[in-house]
Design a protein around this ligand. Structure first.
Ligand SMILES: *[C@@H]1O[C@H](CO)[C@@H](O)[C@H](O)[C@H]1NC(C)=O
Length: 378
């Protein structure tokens, strides 16, 4: 059997720096094909090269999310598309680096011209697997555990036996709110899974939260944005009614749409409740990538610069962990945020299925995206 190569890449624990690494690398093969969309007048924001690159990598992410979500309509989805995109672009290093030294590795020769830039840019090395699925799964698990310091659950999935190149993107995010929640206000409250089923989950509350808000009457949802530390922020899309069908919102997600929303939201004061959550997600994104017409990644990749042997990309996997608790930087909202005066109090209760989008505030790069149908993570 053909020896195995395993490429591993880890997303930064706080997301922000991973954005930097993508922003500074050449445009990756993961960027979606140009679809010849009508040339509308371009927002100056997207003329800045870093923002433009972030937008195209993010649009790849929104597409990947949609594909994953439609494959599992009744389950939570949690993705760090940036980590998948970065892992894919790590492969493209095999295509643009030159010199031809070979390193001696037990099973497969991996060219050091590939390894060195990979290590430099992504802090990772390709690993050689043994071909024994059990040993290999353990090796991958050990690596993930070491990288993520135990924050992501060990995988029990079976390793396919016919892998040639497996690409694994791992990312973990622990949200730090700019304004922390008071743990004494956290209590068990109802979360409506759908029209019939309700579960009790720990909900954090802030009776006087300052957030950016908007009502989208086309999408029938209430949108709210909360700032996180490290110049990131999270945008929630909460349907007005309890439904697991979030297709309409999902269909509209693009970098440009989110950018426009970001501009239109108004700062207000609201009664806010958010489920306290800790979620892990693992899945193969191979099929999704193929469905996204990135088939060529698997069919004819030029790996000749990675190794002299004939290898093929056979599998792309993703593991992600996400957590938010009451923790945050401070107790009062940042100065300068003057809420619009409302004549009636506004409620924002994330007590039914919702979508969240976590972005880098400066570039708009999509760091995490999630569909939360059940905050208990089942
Ligand atoms: C979900 O909603 C979309 C748009 O509103 C609709 O076209 C679709 O049929 C719905 N899907 C299901 C499974 O109900």
């Amino acid at each position: 059997m053909q020896a195995l190569v395993l490429l591993l890449w880890t997303g930064a624990l706080l997301g922000h720096s991973s954005c930097q690494s993508v922003a500074s690398s050449p445009e990756s093969s993961a960027a979606p094909d140009s679809t010849g969309e009508p040339a509308e007048e371009e927002d100056p924001f997207f003329k800045v090269p870093v923002n433009k690159l972030a937008a195209s990598v993010s649009n790849f992410g929104y597409d990947l999310y949609r594909t994953r979500s439609s494959e599992s309509p009744a389950a939570n989805v949690l993705l760090s598309p940036l980590s998948v995109a970065t892992a894919l672009s790590a492969l493209s290093l095999g295509e643009w680096k030159g010199s031809w030294l070979c390193m001696d590795l037990p099973l497969l020769r991996v060219k050091s011209s590939f390894v060195a830039p990979l290590e430099k840019s992504y802090g990772t090395r390709p690993r050689i697997l043994t071909g024994n699925p059990r040993v290999d799964l353990q090796e991958i698990n050990n690596w993930v555990q070491a990288q993520m310091k135990g924050r992501i659950a060990r995988s029990t999935r079976e390793m396919p036996s016919d892998i040639s190149v497996l690409l694994l993107g791992v990312a973990y995010f622990k949200g730090q709110w700019v304004t922390k929640f008071d743990p004494r206000k956290t209590s068990l409250q109802d979360f409506h899974l759908d029209e019939e089923r309700t579960v009790r989950v720990p909900m954090m509350s802030d009776p006087k939260a300052i957030l950016r808000y908007g009502l989208d009457s086309d999408l029938n949802c209430k949108i709210a944005q909360l700032p996180l530390t490290g110049s990131t922020s999270i945008i929630f899309f909460l349907p007005l009614t309890v439904t697991q069908n979030l297709t309409m919102i999902e269909e509209s997600l693009t970098s440009e749409f989110i950018h426009d929303i970001d501009r239109e939201l108004k700062t207000i004061q609201a009664v806010l409740t958010i489920p306290k959550m800790k979620l892990s997600y693992e899945g193969e994104v191979t099929k999704s990538l193929k469905d996204m017409k990135l088939q060529s990644l698997f069919e004819s990749p030029d790996f000749s610069k990675i190794t002299g042997k004939p290898v093929k990309l056979t599998q792309v996997e993703h593991r992600a962990g996400f957590e938010w608790t009451e923790e945050g930087a401070g107790t009062s909202p940042s100065p300068g945020l003057q809420p619009v005066r409302l004549t009636f109090p506004l409620d924002y209760h994330l007590n039914r299925p919702f979508i969240f989008v976590l972005r880098d505030t400066d570039t708009g790069a999509l760091l995490f995206i999630g569909k939360i149908l059940d905050p208990r993570g089942t």
